[in-house]
Design a protein. Sequence first.
Lengths: 110, 112
Amino acid sequence: DAGVIQSPRHEVTEMGQEVTLRCKPISGHNSLFWYRQTMMRGLELLIYFNNNVPIDDSGMPEDRFSAKMPNASFSTLKIQPSEPRDSAVYFCASAVTEAFFGQGTRLTVV
Amino acid sequence: DAKTTQPTSMDCAEGRAANLPCNHSTISGNEYVYWYRQIHSQGPQYIIHGLKNNETNEMASLIITEDRKSSTLILPHATLRDTAVYYCIVRRDPFNDYKLSFGAGTTVTVRA
């Protein structure tokens, strides 16, 4: 298996633009997570899906953030409109028991 | 979840064993000790976990004290590629607790 695949690896966008981050989990994994990592706040859980259903979105910072999982092999994290403070590395992870993380998307909002 | 305390940083020599301590004095009976690491510019990587007994896999060994209030992750023969931030996390079993709460971790630098 290729592991958790995230795209793009790097994204630079202007403030106010919509940003969509993509994740393909490991086949057979029934849990999917989106994390955000910054120097100030470390790794933070944004949202957790189980069997494609959002179970816990309490970590989503505000309404500008939304996540979907239309099927077991794909998830998106969307930020609309983006702001400079959203600049961070966003990780997707999938799990049956132990979580396996993707390589992350480094987002820069200018 | 119980809180963990780890040293901020530590150095170790290449080829030697690296012993990474973690304190979790408020751990409860149904909580596991997990270790992840994050190599620069990569996503976190699962290393090992345990409940009461010591555990070993191809990457590392985990030694948990009898009172379970602390543990040590052992990298038996550290290499330069083991330079990373190591996170000690306490959580309930993965079937009942999906959350992984990452603290600041220990920055381990392996030196030639």
